[in-house]
Design a protein around this ligand. Structure first.
Ligand code: SF4
Length: 511
């Protein structure tokens, strides 16, 4: 069905045209679909406790997972480094998914290549794909580093990346001293945060090999973790600038994922120079801004780099206070007055917002560190978590989160649902309703189904623009979070009070 070139329509309008309506009707008849009454009856049944019990008895099926796969996190980790091309040993379709997923969130091109393994590689192994792929990537795209990870296919057949890369170097695909760090990232275990961790460890161990010096360079390293808010890297840089200490972000992907439009395409705007990354082994300390997406990297740095390692997630007032005090201790410099003033502004914004958030029952889903940080902030505001769903959970995380819940009078009614998906969340929301849902864009279907207002925080956010550009950490992050949360509550109130002489008794202009 051709578009009318004089009036190109967005899909929202296009599919309401008569020819599409007819097409959908024909499809339904062809598929012998159920009657609207039957669909309605079953839909209603799925909202009750009986269905919830069946849903939670599910073992071998995931519906709407709240996690991504390992290589997605690995290529995300790689692009913060200068001149770095992510290279995925595996099938083309997987890599197309990672690239589009990231592009839809950031509205930026995401450059990553695959070795395009097909049936022959699945049978005989993917070594020739690696040899050809590295040679082509090096010649065509002229990177300074190629960071290799895998998809499930390469892992199932047992491709040995270290051996393959050595063989590719022997075959002359890339120069012998060209950095090709790698990480095995099988997606049938772990999630995108595991892939991030594996790749970060792989890159840092490659670049810092043989670089340890007798004296410290006096810098502080920051490792953000799988943090998708580019504003957070910029906030770290701003805070470090206010303090006036030297630092290295491992790795700064803010300009890659939010690049300026100058009219010229820059394929590699990764902000961390390879020489700075190599020298990070000589820093005074490394501060991790997430815990659960950096487990192996942290173990590696603690053991091999012999420097102080700190985990600090500065979301909310208390955690930001602790973060800044730690930076003051590490740098030997006082907390800048400007940040103290910002703190006052953040506390004022919390006070202004308090009446709207205090006592609100909420559900949340997402990655462990994000969920931990948002729950901590909401407890500061007196909100009451009810359903906390973390698909890629584990015992260590759940113990840590439970301790946070136990520390607050507002955390007593929460249940942690580890290893569950968004179809489980649907049952929870119907049987035990809440005032607010916090999560990524996939919560849109829960919003529509369960009529619970959705605050979009997390990754991916594909149906709202620009949110990734803001910071969620530090005192400025407090104000941004309040903005998203309180204004979602206001929109919901407006939606429920907008029918003249029916629901508009208190249609309120002043809040
Ligand atoms: S789960 Fe495995 S097969 Fe699926 S997209 Fe991820 S890497 Fe590819």
């Amino acid at each position: 069905m051709p578009q009318n070139p004089d009036k190109i329509q967005d899909h929202v309008e296009l599919f309401h045209q008569p020819e599409y309506k007819q097409l959908f009707q024909n499809k339904k008849e062809f598929e012998n679909g159920h009657s609207p009454e039957e669909i309605e009856r079953v839909a209603e049944w799925t909202k009750g406790w009986e269905y919830r019990e069946k849903n939670f008895a599910r073992e071998a099926l995931t519906i709407n997972p709240a996690k991504g796969c390992q290589p997605l996190g690995a290529i995300f980790a790689a692009v913060g480094f200068e001149g770095t091309l992510p290279f995925v040993q595996g099938s083309q379709g997987c890599v197309a998914y990672f690239r589009t997923h990231l592009t839809r969130h950031y509205k930026e091109p995401f450059s990553g290549v695959s070795s395009s393994m097909t049936e022959d590689a699945a049978v005989f192994g993917g070594m020739q794909n690696m040899i050809d792929g590295l040679a082509n990537s090096y010649q065509l795209y002229k990177p300074k580093m190629i960071a290799v990870c895998t998809t499930c296919m390469a892992e199932v057949i047992g491709d040995d990346l270290q051996a393959f890369i050595n063989n590719a170097k022997d075959a002359g695909s890339v120069p012998k001293n060209f950095p090709v760090p790698y990480a095995h990232t099988p997606s049938f275990v772990g999630s995108h945060i595991t892939g991030y961790d594996n790749m970060m460890k792989g890159i840092l161990s490659n670049l810092t090999a043989g670089q340890k010096k007798a004296t410290s360079n006096g810098k502080i390293n920051f490792i953000p973790g799988f943090d998708t808010y580019v504003g957070n890297n910029r906030e770290i840089k701003r805070i470090a600038g206010l303090f006036g200490f030297d630092y290295t972000i491992l790795a700064d992907n803010s300009d890659y994922l939010d690049s300026p439009n100058t009219g010229e395409f820059d394929m590699y705007p990764g902000g961390t120079k390879l020489e700075d990354a190599a020298d990070s082994i000589n820093a005074k300390a490394t501060v991790f801004l997430q815990a659960h997406s950096t487990v192996k990297t942290r173990e590696y740095i603690e053991k091999e780099w012999k420097q102080e390692v700190v985990v600090s997630r500065p979301w909310g007032i208390k955690a930001t206070d602790e973060f800044l005090m730690k930076l003051s201790e590490l740098s030997g410099k006082p907390i800048p007055e400007e940040l103290e003033i910002e703190r006052g502004r953040a506390v004022d914004a919390m006070t202004d917002s308090h009446a709207w958030i205090h006592g609100k029952r909420f559900a949340i889903y997402g990655e462990p560190d994000l969920v931990y940080s948002v729950v901590g902030f909401m407890l500061e505001m007196g909100a009451e978590p009810v359903h906390i769903l973390v698909h890629n959970s584990n015992d260590v995380f759940e113990k840590e989160l439970q301790a946070l819940l136990d520390s607050s009078p507002f955390g007593q009614g929460a249940t942690i649902w580890g290893g569950k998906d968004l179809w489980h969340m649907r049952s929870l929301l119907f049987t035990e309703p809440v005032d607010l849902l916090i999560g990524n864009s996939y919560g849109k279907y829960l919003w529509r189904d369960c009529k619970v207002p959705l605050v979009r925080i997390g990754y991916p956010i594909m149906d709202r623009h620009h949110l990734h550009r803001y910071s969620t950490i530090g005192y400025q992050g407090v104000i941004n979070l309040l903005n998203w949360i309180v204004n979602t509550i206001f929109e919901e109130i407006d939606r429920n009070t907008n029918i003249p002489s029916k629901t508009d008794i208190s249609y309120d202009l002043i809040r």
